[in-house]
Design a protein around this ligand. Structure first.
Ligand SMILES: Nc1ncnc2c1ncn2[C@@H]1O[C@H](COP(=O)(O)OP(=O)(O)O)[C@@H](O)[C@H]1O
Ligand SMILES: O=C(O)C1=C[C@@H](OP(=O)(O)O)[C@@H](O)[C@H](O)C1
Ligand SMILES: [Mg+2]
Length: 185
């Protein structure tokens, strides 16, 4: 296993890719603590994300999120799930690039619209998807895909896999990478 300081693994990807759920599955599988920056932001703000968007606006949410990611990368050593848009922040991009370069694992949980749609149900809990949720999701995925791909050290397509199976796929991918680097697992 990696001796890189910071989280054992960081999950990125669009809403509905399963970051929060797969983080819990990985935590269970590896017996590691699980942290989610969306929960950290809600705890700091004392309100739900949708409420922050409505009452304070997206820029306030993004600033809270930037701080939450920085702190979690510094002090969390288990499984870390980010919010889907966290990677758009430049500081966060720099931190994740450095983390990856030092041997950290950033997994891009990929998913197609057809599989993301039934998962998120496109309800009120995700304020960015209000209006025309499918079109919004597609537009944000198109804009973000290059960023997810650039920052990730591993990509796993989650279509048709249950969360526990995605956790297993991630473990398999990491084992393949370790073998490629000449390290016995
Ligand atoms: N691989 C999966 N297959 C089916 N449903 C999933 C999968 N991953 C997550 N879900 C469900 O989809 C919803 C959104 O998952 P979540 O983990 O919150 O995604 P994210 O954090 O990436 O937005 C949840 O209801 C969750 O139970
Ligand atoms: O994609 C985004 O910009 C967002 C994704 C959400 O997290 P999930 O990706 O965990 O749903 C949450 O951070 C917020 O609603 C904004
Ligand atoms: Mg989430």
């Amino acid at each position: 296993m990696s001796t890189t300081p910071g989280p054992r693994i960081v999950l990125v990807g669009p809403p509905g890719s399963g970051k929060s759920t797969v983080a819990l599955a990985l935590g269970e599988r590896w017996q590691l603590a699980v942290r989610d920056t969306d929960s950290d932001v809600e705890a700091t703000a004392g309100k739900a994300i949708a409420e922050i968007f409505v009452a304070d606006g997206e820029p306030v949410f993004r600033a809270l999120e930037r701080d939450a990611v920085r702190v979690a990368l510094e002090e969390h050593d288990g499984v870390l799930a980010l919010g889907g848009g966290a990677v758009l922040d430049e500081t966060t991009q720099e931190l994740l690039t450095a983390y990856g370069a030092e041997g950290g694992t950033v997994v891009f949980l990929d998913v197609t619209l057809a599989h993301a749609a039934p998962r998120v149900g496109f309800n009120q809990a995700r304020p960015l998807l209000l209006g025309n949720p499918r079109a919004q999701w597609q537009a944000l995925m198109e804009a973000r895909r290059p960023v997810y791909e650039r920052l990730a050290t591993v990509r796993v397509l989650t279509d048709g896999h249950r969360p526990a199976d995605v956790a297993e796929l991630i473990e398999q991918e990491l084992a393949v990478l370790r073998r490629g680097e000449g390290n016995p697992s």
